[in-house]
Design a protein around this ligand. Structure first.
Ligand code: PLP
Length: 424
C-alpha cells in the first residue's frame, strides 16, 4: 500500500520502523554522492574535446583579423553570426564576452547600478530597487540581487511561465521595479518553457520604470532532452512594440562545451547594446578570440550545434530516466512528492509535503548524498512552504545516480512520515 498523508498513525509508525532500518542500511554503506549542482559529467565533456585539439588552418578570421592579437571588442564576426543564426538575434546586436553568462549578467546589473541605463538614474542612487523573480528559480540570480540590496518579489510560475497577470499589475504602477529575471526555456529548476503569449506580454506590457529590463537568461536554449520545445523570438516580438532595449539577452556554451571555458554573449536593442559596447570599451580591449574561433570552427553552423546537443541530450535522457522512473515507482500513487517531467534542461524540480524539504536534504546528507540546499530556488533561500528540492542528475554516473535516488526516496519518506506523526 502506498504511503500518503491520509495513512493512519498506526500504519505510519510501522512504516517508520521499516524506513529507519532501510535508511540505516544505506547509511552503513558510507556513500559519498553529489546531486547538488548541474555540472556536466566527464563523458559529456569528452564530446567537446575536439575544441582542445583544433588545428586551425589559419588564425586569421573571416574579416582578416588575427585572433591571437588585441582588438575586436564585440567578438569575431563568424562566431557572432553563428549565435545570431542559432538564436534569431541580429549579429550586430551581439557582444561575445568571456566564458560566463553569469559574469555578464552581474556586470550588466553593476553597470546600471553605477551608471544607470540610457540616461536614467543609476540604481545605486534610488531609495529602493525591486526585481521580479519567478519562483522556483536560479539561486545565483538571487544572490546577485541580494548582493546589490535589491528587494526580490516572488512571482509564481505556472506551466506557461511566470504569472503574467501579477507581473503586469506590479510593473505598470511601481517605478521601483527595475527588472524581471527569466530563464525562458527549460527553466532552472522546474523545466518550464515560456509560452509565446508570455513572451509577447513581457515585451508589450506597460512599465512604470523607463529603464525596466528583462534579464533573458536563455542558458538552456538548445538543451532538449525529451522534446524540442521552441521559444518565441523575443527580439522579433519586441520590435513590434519598440521595446528591444528592454531586453538583455544572455547565452553561453557552458553547458554545451565546457563550463568555465566556453563563450558567453549579451545582446540587446540598438541603443542599449551601443551603450554596453561603449562601456565594454573602457573595461577591456577584447575577450578571448582564440576560444571564439575554436568554438566556431567546432560547430560551424547551428545544425552542427544541434547535432552535438542531440548527443548530449541522449546522455542526459539516460540520467533523467533513472530519476523519473524511480520517482514514479516510489511516489506515483503517493502525495509525499509531486513533480513535472521536464522536456529538457538540466534539472528536475520536486515538491515534498509542506515542511519536509529541509529535513529531507538533512537526512540525505547524513546518509552520504549531497543535494542542493532546500529553499535555494527561492530569493533569500526562503521557500515559503519548505517543500521544493532541485535534483541535478547530470554529474553522477548512472550507477551512482541509482544509489543516490534510493537515498533520496527513503529520505523523503522518512521526513514525511515523521512530520505526519508529529502532527497527529
Ligand atoms: C540559468 C543559468 N544561468 C546561468 C548559469 C551559469 O552560466 P555560465 O556558466 O555561462 O556563467 C547557469 C548554470 O547553471 C544557469 O543554470
Amino acid at each position: 500500500m502506498a504511503l500518503s498523508s491520509k495513512t493512519s498513525a498506526e500504519e505510519l509508525r510501522a512504516e517508520e520502523k521499516k524506513l529507519n532500518s532501510e535508511y540505516e542500511k544505506l547509511k552503513s554503506c558510507n556513500l559519498s554522492l553529489d546531486m547538488s549542482r548541474g555540472k556536466p559529467a566527464a563523458a559529456q565533456l569528452d564530446l567537446s574535446n575536439g575544441i582542445l585539439n583544433m588545428n586551425f588552418p589559419s588564425y586569421i578570421n573571416c574579416e582578416g583579423n588575427d585572433v591571437r592579437n588585441y582588438g575586436i571588442l564585440t567578438g569575431i564576426k563568424e562566431c557572432r553570426q553563428l549565435f545570431a543564426d542559432l538564436l534569431g538575434i541580429k549579429a550586430d546586436n551581439i557582444i561575445i564576452g568571456g566564458n560566463s553568462s553569469l559574469n555578464l549578467i552581474y556586470d550588466a546589473i553593476a553597470r546600471y547600478y553605477m551608471f544607470g541605463k540610457l540616461g536614467s538614474t543609476p540604481w545605486s542612487k534610488l531609495e529602493k530597487v525591486k526585481v521580479l523573480c519567478p519562483v522556483p528559480g536560479y539561486d545565483r540570480h538571487f544572490s546577485i540581487c541580494e548582493e546589490f540590496g535589491f528587494e526580490m518579489i516572488n512571482i509564481p510560475m505556472n506551466s506557461e511561465g511566470p504569472d503574467m497577470d501579477m507581473v503586469e499589475r506590479l510593473v505598470k504602477d511601481d517605478e521601483s521595479i527595475k527588472a524581471i529575471i527569466c530563464v525562458p526555456l527549460y527553466s532552472n529548476p522546474s523545466g518550464v518553457c515560456y509560452s509565446d503569449e508570455v513572451v509577447e506580454r513581457l515585451v508589450s506590457m506597460k512599465a512604470a520604470a523607463e529603464d525596466f529590463t528583462i534579464i533573458w537568461d536563455n542558458a538552456y536554449g538548445v538543451h532538449h532532452v525529451y522534446k524540442e520545445r521552441k521559444l518565441a523570438d523575443i527580439f522579433v516580438l519586441a520590435e513590434k512594440y519598440g521595446t528591444e532595449d528592454r531586453v538583455l539577452y544572455f547565452f553561453s556554451t557552458s553547458k554545451i562545451t565546457f563550463p568555465g571555458s566556453g563563450v558567453a554573449l549579451i545582446a540587446s536593442g540598438d541603443k542599449a547594446i551601443a551603450e554596453i559596447k561603449k562601456r565594454f570599451g573602457i573595461m577591456t580591449i577584447g575577450y578571448n578570440k582564440i576560444n571564439q574561433l575554436a568554438t566556431y570552427s567546432f560547430f560551424k553552423s547551428p545544425e552542427g550545434m544541434h547535432e552535438h546537443m542531440r548527443k548530449l541530450g541522449k546522455m542526459l535522457k539516460e540520467k533523467f530516466d533513472v530519476v523519473l522512473t524511480k520517482l514514479d515507482e516510489e511516489f506515483g500513487d503517493s502525495d509525499f512528492l509531486s513533480w513535472e517531467k521536464p522536456d529538457g534542461g538540466y534539472f528536475i524540480s520536486v515538491d515534498t509535503l509542506p515542511g519536509c524539504a529541509k529535513e529531507t536534504v538533512r537526512l540525505a546528507k547524513e546518509c552520504g548524498l549531497i543535494l542542493t540546499a532546500a529553499g535555494c530556488a527561492y530569493p533569500y533561500g526562503a521557500d515559503p512552504n519548505d517543500s521544493n528540492i532541485r535534483i541535478a542528475p547530470s554529474y553522477p554516473t548512472v550507477e551512482e545516480l541509482k544509489k543516490a535516488m534510493e537515498i533520496f526516496c527513503v529520505s523523503v519518506k522518512l521526513a514525511s512520515v515523521r512530520m505526519l506523526l508529529n502532527n497527529k
